[in-house]
Design a protein around this ligand. Structure first.
Ligand SMILES: Nc1ncnc2c1ncn2[C@@H]1O[C@H](COP(=O)(O)OP(=O)(O)OP(=O)(O)O)[C@@H](O)[C@H]1O
Length: 261
């Protein structure tokens, strides 16, 4: 009984897209995307450059709204929240759906203030509570031990790998449900990459993670499910094991075996 319940919980869908289409002006960038993203899993988005991976990621927290001339059709449900609804509070949505980009983008302020920034915006003023959030977020991002004696120092002085973990800590500080990662290790050295991958596998116990990556080994190492995008469509979506060992579509096989892309 307990096992059945646990299994059911593990496979719960948190993000569902229904016939999602997205346009930059007249350019049709996402075509009828129907994906179910499951809770507490890492879902990898792979595919050649320009196939729509980042665009898809940005539809999930409405970051594309910032680009003029774009339009969206279809539905994106996060739990029972309809993300495409015109009434949605984008600030609230981005609190629930945090994002980490390819280039770490710490604010030009102290390490402490970077982490406290989000909670402060959302109304937290209590110094003791902020101290706790800063510590727990930095711990969760595996950065605390490296920076705990230098919280007042400017964050842009950290190494690239540390900055990426700082940005992740900043996302965690506002207690999101979902973390979107757009090629988060592409600017990092192998050691920092390994650290971040380790962290991703740790964080999925508490968060649902979607990662765009060009690195097949990375997708194979960290993700549970993988969606293969091509020309704005999802060609195949299955368990990562299936995608990499027994893909059903020829195009998937050609891509993962390096025949194009
Ligand atoms: N701001 C924009 N305005 C107009 N077209 C865009 C914009 N951003 C992306 N596109 C176009 O949309 C398509 C999908 O781009 P997107 O960046 O989502 O692909 P991607 O798979 O993430 O690529 P990459 O792996 O190179 O990051 C491409 O044809 C791209 O040129």
């Amino acid at each position: 009984m307990t096992v059945t319940l646990l299994k059911a919980k593990k496979e719960q869908t948190v993000i569902q897209t229904e016939n999602l289409n997205f346009y930059y002006g007249k350019s049709h960038a996402l075509k009828n995307i129907n994906l179910d993203i499951k809770e507490n899993q890492v879902t990898a988005l792979i595919g050649p450059s320009g196939c729509g991976k980042s665009t898809f990621l940005r539809t999930l927290n409405r970051m594309n709204d910032l680009i003029p001339g774009t339009s969206t059709e279809g539905k994106i449900l996060i739990g029972d929240l309809d993300v495409t609804s015109p009434d949605i509070d984008a600030v609230d949505l981005r609190k629930r759906v945090g994002m980490v980009f390819q280039q770490a983008n710490p604010f030009p302020m102290s390490i402490y203030d970077n982490i406290a920034y989000g909670p402060r915006i959302h109304g937290q003023k209590n110094k003791q509570v902020l101290d706790e959030i800063v510590e727990s977020s930095l711990r969760a991002a595996a950065l605390w031990d490296e920076v705990k004696d230098n919280l007042g120092k400017i964050a842009t002085g950290l190494s690239g790998g540390q900055q990426q973990r700082l940005v992740l800590a900043r996302v965690l500080a506002v207690k999101p449900e979902i973390i979107l990662m757009d090629e988060p290790t592409s600017a990092l050295d192998p050691v920092s990459t390994a650290k971040l991958e380790q962290l991703i596998m740790e964080l999925k116990k508490q968060y649902t993670i979607i990662i765009v990556t060009h690195n097949m080994q990375q997708a194979a190492r960290v993700s549970d499910e993988t969606a293969f995008f091509l020309n704005g469509e999802v060609v195949e979506f299955a368990s990562t094991n299936t995608i990499f060992t027994n893909p059903k579509k020829q195009q998937t096989e050609d891509y993962i075996s390096g025949r194009f892309g």
